[in-house]
Design a protein around this ligand. Structure first.
Ligand code: SF4
Length: 480
């Protein structure tokens, strides 16, 4: 069995993941966000390679052919080789960037992350093992990763954008295990039992492993760290009760509603206080954003979420006027100044601004304020007026069985307002589809682009309209 460096890392993240990659790859499902991360990783890889002058790439192909080509480039003393491949004993690795020196080889592993993760040691230990087995000396091993504090100037300054750090000293212990690990991987002859790990949320087999979880699975309990309980043999809510596991009030409420079919829970006093603080007119605000590891505009940061789309609903005191405004900026343009202008024009200077999960909106506005000092005061004043509608549900003021432990607007709105409006949307139904749609806009033209813009706007509009309707519903609950 051929084992690659990604197989080796995969095995350490989860043995079942490795087994499925080798024996049942068809059941993998790369979510849109996973695919996007892979695309951004490839962009970072290309940028890193541009730092090494005279670099030659080994074309992707059959393992033996790639390693043969690599050997010839090493023999020719080409200073830097990308995708330098080594194949021996049915082990294979393609090094992102290999530096060739008279005394031996230096490995560079490129990552789009902004910190060194434990997986990287496994990755580099495996590469070192294979290269040594192929008869070369490894002089050093570096991780090239992204400086999270980097702010773009006119051009990307590669020396400031990347951090290059030697990890050779940390590999010794990992190197000792490679051979034994590989033997264990080769000896796996049946699919391991499901055993949840922290990597599950980033795994392309997540859908496969979690598809048959019942509604009362411990994985569906709000804010509950299910892995430990799962490893202790518990599977559903009843198991938690039987084992007298310590639960929060909100978790107990979710379980009671599930088993006892209870009516909607309302903490009247807290809900009254929440609603009573509102200062009219009310605004309801939502952004759709794109983030890029490589900042694409002057003054923008690594991984900054840039607001390309916003929707605002305005509601007056006696609810006789509901006005909608929106903006959408194409993804190849810098949206920041246009967004600032839109916010300042449409959010007035008085009245609360309702959002759903305020840390998201507030951080976007704060970044804009820091990057455009001339608007700083106006933007920070907007942040001061923000109220979080999510608090009503997160703080347990209202609960319905239909929420099923999730307080996202996509769970709360259909249940509370008896609406299937999200389902009726055409191309865009949730945030990840909105991101994907926004990115796709720059590749479309004419009617197709127009249709997608319409669908993106309809989605963002519904995000604020649903907040208005939730708010009105909450008032009804209190006022009877
Ligand atoms: S979803 Fe979790 S348990 Fe399943 S293969 Fe992936 S990491 Fe392993």
């Amino acid at each position: 069995m051929l084992i690659s460096k990604s197989n080796y890392v995969s095995y350490h993240q989860c043995p079942k993941q490795f087994y499925l990659e080798k024996h049942n790859k068809d059941v993998s499902l790369f979510s849109m966000s996973l695919k996007r991360r892979i695309r951004m990783g490839n962009d970072v890889g290309l940028l890193a390679k541009s730092m090494f002058s005279g670099i030659k790439e080994v074309d992707y192909g059959e393992s033996k052919a790639m390693s043969k080509k690599t050997k010839s480039l090493i023999d020719l003393k080409v200073p830097y080789i990308s995708e330098a491949a080594f194949y021996i004993n049915d082990l294979f690795c393609a090094v992102d960037i290999l530096q060739v020196q008279d005394q031996g080889l230096i490995i560079y592993e490129v990552k789009s992350s902004s910190k060194i993760k434990k997986d990287y040691y496994k990755d580099l230990a495996f590469q070192t093992h294979v290269i040594q087995a192929a008869g070369y000396k490894v002089l050093d091993a570096f991780v090239i990763y992204v400086n999270k504090n980097y702010v773009r100037e006119d051009q990307i300054d590669l020396n400031s954008f990347f951090i290059i750090e030697s990890v050779l000293d940390q590999l010794d212990n990992h190197l000792l295990h490679v051979k034994k690990d590989v033997d264990k991987m080769r000896a796996m002859d049946e699919e391991p039992e499901f055993s949840p790990v922290s990597h599950c949320s980033n795994c392309s087999f997540n859908h496969y492993c979690y598809q048959d979880m019942p509604k009362d699975s411990i994985f569906n309990l709000y804010g509950f760290r299910a892995s430990k309980a799962y490893h202790d043999g518990m599977r559903n809510f009843q198991d938690l009760l039987d084992n007298q596991v310590s639960l929060t009030i909100k978790q107990k409420r979710q379980i009671d509603h599930f088993y006892l079919d209870q009516a909607m829970y309302i903490d009247h006093l807290s809900l009254f206080d929440f609603l009573n603080q509102m200062i009219y007119p009310l605004y309801f605000l939502d952004f759709e954003t794109l983030d890029f590891v490589i900042p694409n505009f002057k003054g923008s940061k690594v991984n900054q979420r840039l607001p390309y789309q916003a929707s605002i609903h305005y509601l007056n005191q006696n609810h006789s006027q509901l006005i909608h405004e929106d903006i959408l900026v194409l993804p190849d343009q810098d949206p920041r100044e246009r967004m600032i202008d839109f916010l300042i024009k449409n959010l007035g200077v008085k009245g609360h601004i309702m959002v759903y999960n305020q840390s998201f909106e507030k951080s976007i506005i704060k970044d804009l304020a820091n990057q455009y000092p001339q608007y700083k005061k106006a933007l920070l004043d907007i942040n001061q007026r923000i109220i979080d509608l999510y608090d009503v549900f997160k703080e347990g003021m209202v609960y319905m069985k239909e929420f099923e432990g999730s307080f996202s607007i996509k769970s709360v709105y259909p249940a509370l307002c008896q609406s299937d409006s999200y389902e009726k949307l055409d191309q865009v139904h949730h945030g990840v589809e909105a991101m994907e749609g926004l990115e796709r806009l720059s590749h479309l033209q004419g009617e197709e682009q127009g249709k997608l813009i319409k669908d993106l706007k309809a989605y963002c509009r519904l995000d604020t309209l649903s907040m208005v309707q939730i708010y009105v519903k909450l008032l009804e609950l209190i006022n009877g």
